[in-house]
Design a protein around this ligand. Structure first.
Ligand SMILES: [Zn+2]
Length: 133
């Protein structure tokens, strides 16, 4: 079962997968920025907009557990980054995003390294440099 939301371009009929928006969308304020594959328009969806859409279309009987997890993770990230300045909030948000998805996507080490990279940039202002032994 896929939950999707319409592209915001009125002339475009493309549906965008909400889970993918939340997992891979570029964090933008309290939401996500994604380019539509069909019309290339950049859409910005607020988290509350996505949550409302999911609730509206929710199948009360069958509810995949990873959706709950997704929403809770998003809310957690939102709560956490609230007190950071915007330029740091984005980096900390991405750190948390990669940490939360690392065990689920079959690319754990890569995701953990991305998290380290974002965290390093939040702390040092630059990407992590791996020291060759
Ligand atoms: Zn579109």
């Amino acid at each position: 079962m896929t939950r999707s939301i319409n592209c915001k371009n009125e002339k475009c009929n493309q549906y965008l997968n909400i889970e993918e928006i939340m997992r891979y969308g570029h964090p933008e304020g309290m939401g996500f920025k994604v380019a539509c594959e069909a019309c290339k328009q950049v859409n910005i969806f607020s988290t509350s907009e996505l949550e409302t859409h999911i609730e509206k279309t929710q199948d009360k009987i069958y509810q995949p557990s990873h959706y709950n997890q997704g929403i809770e993770t998003i809310s957690f990230i939102e709560q956490t980054i609230k007190d950071y300045p915007p330029e740091q909030a984005y980096l900390v948000g991405n750190t948390l995003k990669y940490l939360s998805r690392a065990p689920h996507k079959g690319s754990k080490e890569e995701d953990l390294k991305k998290a380290r990279n974002y965290l390093n940039r939040a702390i040092e202002g630059e990407w992590f440099k791996e020291v060759k032994k």
